[in-house]
Design a protein around this ligand. Structure first.
Ligand SMILES: [Zn+2]
Length: 389
């Protein structure tokens, strides 16, 4: 908001005149003829006072009604518009142009309110209430905002006049940490797909060992729901959680009818320069007894550079997921023969979100409410990891 303009100040502490001057008149009686003069002067004085008072009353009677009647008339009669003279300054010229264009479009104009620095939701409410459309865009990641999700710029600027229904474009900075100039990138790989691809590919760059491009995945022992369905549902909820934190999310898949080999899933993370790749799966065991969350990180000749950060991420995510869901936490697992890990040059983890071979975990994994808890937990762990870097 613009600072209040400072008007002129009134100095009410004028110095007072000090006392009476030395030349104050003094009455000196006793000169001339006393008799006659002594009575005549008071009489003239009284007459003069009467005349002054009478004149004053007459004047007052004459002026009062006229004055009180004239004031409002003068106020109404005063011109309400001032036409700038030709050659007036540019401000007057632009104001004149603005009002004529409003007349031409016949749309009422409203002053655009200031929304810079306000939360995006508040800005949208304010601008909508003022009759404008709102276009919201993410500011350049180098833009510094005082807090996450606050407006960085607006166009037109506050104070401009705009026809109702016109758009005001606001940009905001979703970063929670204004000092972090780069936006985090997380790749989410929802495990498996509707149809397995059993064609073979090397399990790592240059490896003679071959593995199916995409294995079939587990099936719920009670629900009979395939793993790829629950994995995608959890992954889509995780995307929402992370995007709300200002993270740029890249999805390996958003549908089930795809064919994306595990080596290619890793390369998607590499190309995105992901800060972390989160691979969402559900577990299965030969026994129906095991339950809980298992987090896996890579450990092979190809993944030495990413093993430590991946292990750190796995630990933080496992802790956050088990806290959010109340599920059992299995010890972290280091695995060397997963193609989706071995082709990755970016930190990467698998979160096994329960055992589909257990009826309770199976039902939980298919429950939207529990899927949301899983997503919240994974998201919290991912954010902990990203902020720890
Ligand atoms: Zn799986």
């Amino acid at each position: 908001m613009a600072p209040d303009s400072l008007g002129g100040t009134t100095d009410r502490s004028r110095p007072k005149r000090s006392g009476r001057g030395a030349g104050a008149p003094t009455y000196r009686a006793g000169r001339g003829r006393r008799a006659g003069n002594g009575a005549l002067i008071p009489a003239l004085t009284v007459l003069a006072i009467i005349c002054v008072v009478a004149g004053g009353i007459a004047l007052a009677l004459h002026l009062t009604p006229t004055t009180s009647a004239r004031q409002p008339v003068a106020s109404v009669a005063r011109p309400t518009t001032v036409t700038p003279a030709a050659g007036a300054d540019s401000t007057a010229a632009s104001l004149s142009t603005g009002s004529s264009s409003a007349a031409a479009t016949n749309a009422p104009e409203t002053e655009v309110p200031n929304v810079v620095g306000k939360p995006v939701t508040v800005a949208e409410t304010v601008l909508t209430a003022a009759g404008f459309q709102v276009q919201t865009r993410v500011a350049d990641s180098s833009a510094v905002a005082p807090a996450a999700n606050t407006v960085v710029t607006q166009q037109p600027l506050a104070g401009a006049r705009l026809a109702a229904g016109q758009a005001v474009i606001i940009t905001y900075q979703p970063m929670a940490n204004p000092s972090a100039r780069r936006q985090y990138v997380v790749v989410i790989d929802a495990g498996h797909q509707a149809k397995a691809d059993l064609a073979l590919e090397p399990e790592g760059p240059g490896s003679k060992i071959k593995k199916p491009k995409v294995a079939g995945g587990a099936t719920g022992v009670a629900t009979h729901i395939p793993e790829y369905v629950d994995a995608l549902a959890i992954s889509l909820k995780l995307r929402t959680v992370l995007e709300a934190q200002g993270v740029k999310v890249v999805m390996v898949r958003t549908g089930n009818n795809v064919d994306i080999p595990n080596s290619e899933r890793a390369r998607i993370g590499n190309r995105a320069n992901a800060d972390l790749v989160v691979r969402v799966h559900l577990n299965s065991a030969t026994s129906s007894k095991p339950r809980g969350i298992l987090s896996i990180y890579p450990h092979s000749q190809w993944t030495r550079a990413i093993e430590a950060p991946s292990k750190a991420a796995a630990g933080l995510v496992e802790a956050a997921v088990t806290k959010a869901t109340g599920a059992k936490a299995w010890p972290l697992s280091a695995v060397g023969d997963m193609t989706g890990f071995n082709f990755s040059t970016r930190p990467t983890i698998i979160v096994e979100c329960g055992f589909m071979s257990n009826p309770i975990d199976d039902h939980l994994g298919a429950s939207p409410a529990y899927q949301s808890k899983l997503a919240q937990g994974i998201g919290a762990g991912v954010m902990s990891y990203l902020k720890s870097r």
